[in-house]
Every structure is written in structure tokens, then in C-alpha cells.
Design a protein around this ligand. Sequence first.
Ligand code: 6R9
Length: 650
Amino acid sequence: MSATVVPIKDEWKANALLSQDTYREWYERSVSDPDGFWGEHGRRIDWIRPFQRVKNTSFAPGAVSIRWFEDGTLNVSANCIDRHLAERGDQVAILWEGDDPKDSRAITYRELHGEVCRMANVLKARGVKRGDRVTLYMPMIPEAAYAMLACARIGAIHSVVFGGFSPDALAGRLEGASSSVLVTADEGYRGGRTVPLKANVDRAVEIAARAGHGVETVLVVRRSGGAVGFQEGRDIWWHEAREGASPECEPEEMGAEDPLFILYTSGSTGKPKGVLHSSGGYLVYASMTHQYVFGYRPGDIYWCTADVGWVTGHSYIVYGPLANGATTLMFEGVPNYPDQSRFWQVIDKHKVNIFYTAPTAIRALMGAGDEPVKATSRKSLRVLASVGEPINPEAWNWYYKVVGEERCPVMDTWWQTETGGILITPLPGATDLKPGSATLPFFGVKPQIVDNEGRVLDGAVDGNLCIVDSWPGQMRTVYGDHERFEQTYFSTYENKYFTGDGARRDEDGYYWITGRVDDVINVSGHRMGTAEVESSLVAHEKVSEAAVVGYPHDIKGQGIYCYVTLMEGVEPTDELRKALVAHVRQDIGAIASPDKIQFAPGLPKTRSGKIMRRILRKIAEDDFAALGDTSTLADPGVVDDLVDNRQNKR
Ligand code: 6R9
């Protein structure tokens, strides 16, 4: 099967930072001599004490340890701000576009410096010091970036919790990180509606208190001006505290391996994990990928539409672009508000050159037709990019042809919260493209495809995607649980980092990510552990058992399909279905809302009691012919019931 190839165009070559040959040369060197390669590129950021040692990493069983540039010292916020002041103090650092098209703000590097220092001083005055964990629960406003950088400035570790998570989820993350300081806003705006952030925080703090975890400080940014609860002594308004705070704050000298942030993400089992990233290697990798993957050049207006609550927002709205002295656009709103043209209007308004978004947004906008796109110019665009889930060739082609008018190469970037930055991707003007393929590894990345027994597969094959050596942006540990880190990522296949994704490699060595092979589902580019949704469902008094799987969804990529067994004597009604959806939303957040609930008198289990998800997935996909052998089940009749039920429902 040969896929379409979109060869590099001459205009792209003219704009490219690297040629195809240089990519190959650099790549060869990066994997054959990582110390030499990263020793050089590690100097792209400013070190207080330069590193002598480059790479010190091991994926060996029981001894996984990842250290880069370990004897160097630096400050991440100084790299993202101070070092640009002399040359580009008056250049815009953050270009903020509000939910309401009438709202925008431009913050220069000099202003950013003052704001970040002030916020750092306010946190310090509340007793925050090196190593302390500060939780952020923020809307997409510049203050979210100030808070991240303020933490980095004083050596505190931030843990950003996406503003769409519920009070319960927030409480769990506050406890998990034993964080007693929170930064939030009164309310956020999204698509013309308000999000009750402070009210959620108040509830989360209460829930955490019941579990014995105290929160001492809540710093509140005024965004909407709406009425919110205020607890004297604990809560402080940013606009008031800011007045008395000095706009100067010496950056702390941090070790390369000192933690920069924790970011909770879903895995296939148990509670979300606190992915821990450290300072030096992360910044080198985020800034280098930002430059080369997007072909970033000084003066470009760069826009990544992610939320800072996800890793993409960390690496490609805040740290990568700011370390490179870029103008990074931060958007508070949604793609279809006030209308379906919003993304393209923002691109025209701010003359955006590089645009980075998610397949789910592309598919939704594609569904609205070409007119809303064609109503705008988009002439400023030079590079388009995508992240979060596999982009289907139809969406890729629409993005390329309709949005980019075949002028802009599309970078399909594959990576994960755990990887800190992009690992498999084309480079503009240096890689021939294939719609639907993330193409080739970035510098220093050694992918491998293995079968279920861990045998390495060569050539054009399909299997499980592993990475066999470390890169500087790799996560260092699961916060507070190194054993879980080893167990989750390094125990499936010895001496390899297992990504949890399946992939195919074609005859040209191009990688095609086929999606998760574990129990993680990807809903609109957001990771959800099926176990999390299941444990929420079974916490409901009327539910005895639940099994959750993903199924193909036109817009979201995957939807959440729940099989629910009710307690003895409980009636399966539509009302109960609605109540269960509401229950999960309340428990985890709107992103975990079940799309479908099928009441199931029984679930297909092996004789040892393991739920056969493979079968449940096939039923959810209506692929009844592919159910396979069900004879090993404890009760094969269960499957017939499920299929009958599913068919009758349609
Ligand atoms: C950055 C981010 C990671 C999972 C990952 C994979 C999926 C991300 C992708 C992609 C195919 C791409 N994924 N980018 N799949 N092609 N270009 O999304 O991090 O939220 O941790 O999700 O997302 O399944 O394993 P995260």
C-alpha cells in the first residue's frame, strides 16, 4: 500500500532552517554521538554554571535514572525573559486574544519581566520557597503564564490543573502534590460563558480539608469581576497584592535536574500520575523543538491553540516559544465563538505565521464547511501543525488545502506529556509529507517497533512503539513514586521506554501512529483512563459494575462508551442514564462525560474474572463479525445479550 506523498515544495525549501540532507546528518550524529550533539545544542540556553556532563541515563530494570546536563545550573524564567531584555525588551512576548473578539492585550518582554517578578514576590511573601509545590487552576489569561514563570523564578514546582476539571479532581491533585498554595481566577470565559473557577477552588479546598490536607493561600486573579466567596487570611487578590510588590526578583540558581513542574496525566490503571519534568534538559528540548519543528524565525507570530492545562500549553505556549524570544499568542476562547471563522479571523487580526492546533478542532471546523475559512485571508500563514491524536488523511487534506491553500506544510507532531516535547515529526522544508503520518524522529530520538513479546521488528511493520534511548525532555519520574514510573514505562519491554501507542513503519521508514494500545482513550485530544471513568461509575449507589471503552467518534476522535451493570432490582431507565452522565461530569469534569451508556446485565469475563475489553470495543464499534473466539469466557451467553441489546438500541 503506497500512501500519497506531498513532496517538499521549493518555497518551503527557501524558508527552511534545515535542508533534508542536514536533517539526515544531524539525526545520524544525534543518535551515534548524543554527548557531542547535545553538548553543543545544550548551549542554546543560558547556564549560570555551564554543564560539563551531558547525558547520564539508564533504562535498565530496577535502575531507571534520567539525568541531563546534571552539573549545570540555570534559571528557567531568566531564560524565558531576562536574557531577551537587552535585545527585544519592547517586543511583544505574549499576545493575548480574549474570548470576546474585542478583547486583546500585548505584553512585551519588559512587561512580562515586571509581572513575573511581582508575582514571584507575592508568592515569596506567602512563604513559598524552592521545591514547594504551587497548584494553578487558571483560565487562559496571561496571568497563567506569569504564575508558571514566577514559580520557575523562585524554584517552586508548579502543578497546573486544567480549568475544566471538577473540584474533586482538583482536590486529588492538591493532595497528590501536597500543595498548600493555589493560584486561580474569579471566573474564566469560554465561548461566551463563564467558568466558576473560584467557586470550584472553594469546594476543592473543602474536600481536601476533609482528607486532612490544608491549603493556606489562594491567590485570585480578577478576570470577570463576578461575585465570589472570599476567605480572609487565606485568599488574596492578585490586583491588590501586585500593587505593593516589587517588579524585581532575583532568579534562583537551580540545578539542571531540579524539578520544574508536575503535570497530572491519565494512565491505563489507577489514579492520574504526576509526571515530573526537570529544568535544564526540558528547556533545551522544548526550545529546540519549537525552533526546528515550526521553522520558527525571529519576528514570527506563533500561535498554539492548546490550553496551558495540558503539556502542549506548557512546552509550546510558554516555555519553548519564550525561551526562543518569540511572540506567543494565547487564546482564551474556542474555535466556534462567536462564529465558525474565529480561528481564521484571529490569524488575520494578528498576522499569525505559524499555527498549531488539534485534529479534533480541525474536524469540527471541517464539518462547518469551507465558507467560514474562505471568508478570511490567512495569507500570513507559513507553517501549519497538529497534535493530540492521529490526524486522519481527510482532515489533514482539508487543513492543507482549504486552510493553507497548499502553501504551508503540515507538521503532524507526535509526542506525550511524558516526553516533554515533540518526538516524531516532519520539519518544514526538510521532510516530504504523507497525510496521516507523523513521519520521522526528531534529533536524538530512537523509535523501535516491537511485537507483543518484545521482539524487535525491522522494516515495514506494525506493532508497539518504544523509544530505546533517552532524550533531554523526557520525564524524570512519577512525583513521589519512582517505582510506578519504572513499572508503567519500563517494565513492559526491558530497556525500552514503552509509549502505550501502536505504530506502523512504512517502507520509507515513516511512522504512522495508530493510537493507544492500552486502556487509555483519547477524547478530543485529551487523555482519559478508562479505569478513572469506571471507578467514578461504580462509586454511584445504583451501579454494581462498569467497563469503559473508546469507540470511533467523528469529531472527538474517540468517544466514551460505558457498559454498566446495575445493582439488583434497579430499573435501567433513560433518567438513570442521564443521572450517571451527570455523576461522572461532577466527579471528574466535563471532558469525561460518557457519550453512550449501555446497561448490561453482565460483562464478558475470562474465567479468572478479567473483563474482555477487546470484545466490548468491538461491540461498541458495531463490528460484530470481529468478536473472535468467545468460548474461553466464563459465560459466553453474556456477549449475545450485549449484541442484542446494542442492535435493538439502533
Ligand atoms: C502532546 C499530547 C499523548 C497521546 C499519545 C498519542 C496521542 C498525540 C499525536 C498522537 C497520533 C499525533 N497523540 N499526538 N497520536 N498522532 N500527532 O497530546 O500529550 O495529552 O499526554 O497525549 O496522544 O496516543 O500517546 P498527551
